[in-house]
Design a protein around this ligand. Structure first.
Ligand SMILES: NC(=O)c1ccc[n+]([C@@H]2O[C@H](COP(=O)([O-])OP(=O)(O)OC[C@H]3O[C@@H](n4cnc5c(N)ncnc54)[C@H](OP(=O)(O)O)[C@@H]3O)[C@@H](O)[C@H]2O)c1
Length: 252
């Protein structure tokens, strides 16, 4: 039997308890990677689904709104996977603060939480694994198509994703000499808990969102996990510091 493309690799996917992160974990497991799947209280269901499909996964917990939680996740990873860094780190966990994320309504606590989970946690996770990242390691950060446009309706969420794009480029330059690539993927509207009720709650809203894409449909988590799998594959070895849009041609 042919060896799977990611055999022998270990991937840590944050926010893998559901949505896009869960799809990423299942896809990487299918490609042969061993998974560490994370959620604020663990990602047991995802780990079970990976194992049921014949893969290997451990579930790790960590509340990423605090540095203590980031450290707990990094420590749990090292404890359970042999005092090393992952070959692949997928910084996927993220939040929105809608409908309050506007210039007039956003309060300090929500502002700080958006920054902490969407920007600070990915930065410090990379830092915590820095010394141990192997040659040929890969980092993928989940950005958003909102990082590319003016969007006052989610003013700080968009800014956190623009910050992730900036971190992605700087990290690519910093880690490139070690053979490590760092890229960002920017989904358009994908049907998950983040969007289901708020943006896709009625047939009218669904038609509007689908109509805004060139491909005339709503995005699915697998549309994004396949892009991440490409970035982690050997075929993407010469791609780094890139922002890859995953919006089905939205807002062209
Ligand atoms: N869905 C979209 O349309 C869309 C579009 C553009 C970008 N994105 C980005 O894609 C990524 C995944 O989005 P999604 O739609 O899959 O989101 P989701 O369904 O809401 O899932 C969010 C994931 O992040 C984890 N998470 C949230 N807050 C956390 C915290 N404080 N500490 C630790 N983990 C936390 C959740 O864990 P728990 O289950 O433990 O809460 C969950 O696994 C995010 O970065 C998002 O910004 C999504």
């Amino acid at each position: 039997m042919a060896e799977k493309p990611l055999s022998g690799k270990i991937a840590l996917v944050t926010g893998a308890s559901r949505g896009i992160g869960q799809a990423i974990a299942l896809r990487l497991a299918r490609d042969g990677a061993r998974l560490a799947v994370h959620g604020s209280k663990g990602a047991e269901e995802t780990a079970r689904a990976v194992e049921k499909a014949g893969g290997k996964a451990v579930s790790l917990a960590g509340e990423l709104s605090t540095l203590t939680g980031v450290d707990a996740l990094a420590a749990a990873f090292k404890r359970q996977l042999g005092q090393r860094a992952p070959d692949f780190l997928v910084n996927n966990a993220g939040i929105q603060a809608s409908p309050n994320d506007t210039l007039e309504r956003l309060g300090e606590a929500d502002f700080d939480r958006l920054i902490a989970i969407n920007v600070k946690a990915p930065f410090f996770l990379v830092q915590r694994f820095l010394a141990d990242f192997p040659q040929g390691g890969r980092v993928v950060n989940l950005s958003s198509q909102l990082s590319q446009i003016a969007f006052p309706e989610q003013i700080v969420y968009s800014a956190t994703k623009a910050a992730i794009n900036s971190l992605t480029k700087s990290l690519a330059k910093e880690l490139g000499p070690r053979g490590i690539t760092v890229n960002a993927v920017g989904p358009g509207i994908i049907e998950t808990d983040m969007t289901r009720d708020r943006l896709l709650g009625t047939e009218q809203m669904r038609a509007f969102v689908a109509g805004n894409t060139a491909l005339k449909r709503i995005g699915k988590p697998d549309d994004i996990s396949d892009i991440v799998a490409f970035l982690l594959s050997d075929d993407a070895r010469w791609v780094t510091g890139a922002y890859i849009p995953g919006g089905g041609g939205a807002r062209l």
